[in-house]
Design a protein around this ligand. Structure first.
Ligand code: ZN
Length: 304
């Protein structure tokens, strides 16, 4: 999951008021994430047990790019781009349209370029690796009009199962540990971090955020403080207070992405809905993070 989406999910959970722009972004990211997850489920169901999956692979090979998913098999790599569009996607004269509206990016050229670059990366592992690509339109309400002559397959939702089975017929072989290691090494060499980082919530929003500790299993706020643990009233899961404090501090860190100084003991205490004492919070966090800042406003240096 991208950092941005993770932040937006916490925003939703904590009932933060989002700007129109953030709301739209949330919707798009969530749609994309759902599509990717759904697609991965299909691969796990109909694909080979020997395949390895790399999701949201950001890489730099002359240019910074992302692949939604790589399916790594012994012989072939499949580069997947998932589109969760609702409506008609058209490509004409080098421009993309969704429901007749011009899109800012040329998705098709991008896909060709991505494939080309990953071919070079694959060749570093072995010149025998074949790299193929597919643009998967996972939404049942998707329709596509694309000119021919692209290097990749276009796969509609109702074709996905057959597509995976075909790929499996050619690629149902075990991948040796040695080769897998080589693949990981090369992918790692070109890996880059996503340029999309979350925007911080305005500091004054802190007072309005929903306070408390969410259950680590079901996400419910119906948690209560026990002697050394936090217990969920709805699913009865328990979590050690130290873990709960770290997890909740981490959520706070995400919300104020550009303001690490928000992570004071006091703020974490408030954010936890006062379910964990400041003393315990301090124990949990000092064991893991550096403390910085002036005496009056010490904060924990949580890197994300
Ligand atoms: Zn629960």
């Amino acid at each position: 999951m991208s950092k941005k989406l993770e932040q937006l999910l916490i925003c939703g959970n904590r009932e933060a008021l989002l700007s129109k722009e953030m709301e739209k972004e949330f919707y798009n990211l969530e749609q994309g994430f759902r599509g990717e997850n759904e697609q991965l489920e299909w691969f796990k169901k109909y694909g080979s047990e020997h395949w390895h999956y790399v999701s949201n692979y950001w890489f730099n090979h002359g240019k910074l790019m992302e692949a939604d998913m790589l399916v790594i098999s012994e012989q072939e790599w499949l580069v997947i781009e998932v589109k969760n569009y609702h409506g008609l996607f058209e490509y004409k004269d080098g421009e993309c349209y969704i429901n007749g509206r011009l899109m800012s990016d040329d998705q098709v050229a991008k896909m060709n370029h991505r494939l080309n670059r990953i071919r070079h990366i694959g060749a570093e592992v072995s010149t025998e690796i074949k790299v193929v690509g597919a643009m998967v339109f996972i939404n049942e309400h998707s329709d596509v009009r694309l000119e021919n002559g692209n290097e990749f397959d276009v796969v509609m939702r109702n074709q996905l199962q057959r597509f995976i089975r075909n790929f499996r017929e050619r690629n149902d072989y075990p991948l040796s540990n040695q080769k897998l290691e080589r693949v990981s090494r090369v992918l790692k060499k070109h890996q880059a971090t996503s340029p999309f980082v979350p925007k911080s919530l305005p500091l004054e929003t802190f007072a309005e955020l929903r306070k408390g500790i969410t259950c680590k299993a079901c996400g419910s706020f119906e948690t209560q403080s026990k002697y050394k643990s936090i217990k969920c009233r709805s699913c009865l899961t328990t979590e050690h207070k130290h873990e709960a404090a770290l997890r909740t501090a981490y959520q706070l860190r995400y919300l104020y992405y550009d303001h690490p100084e928000m992570l004071t003991r006091r703020n974490i205490y408030e954010f936890c809905g006062k379910l964990i004492s400041e003393r315990t919070i301090s124990r949990a966090l000092t064991s893991r993070y550096k403390i910085i800042g002036a005496t009056s406003s010490l904060y924990y240096d949580i890197q994300i």
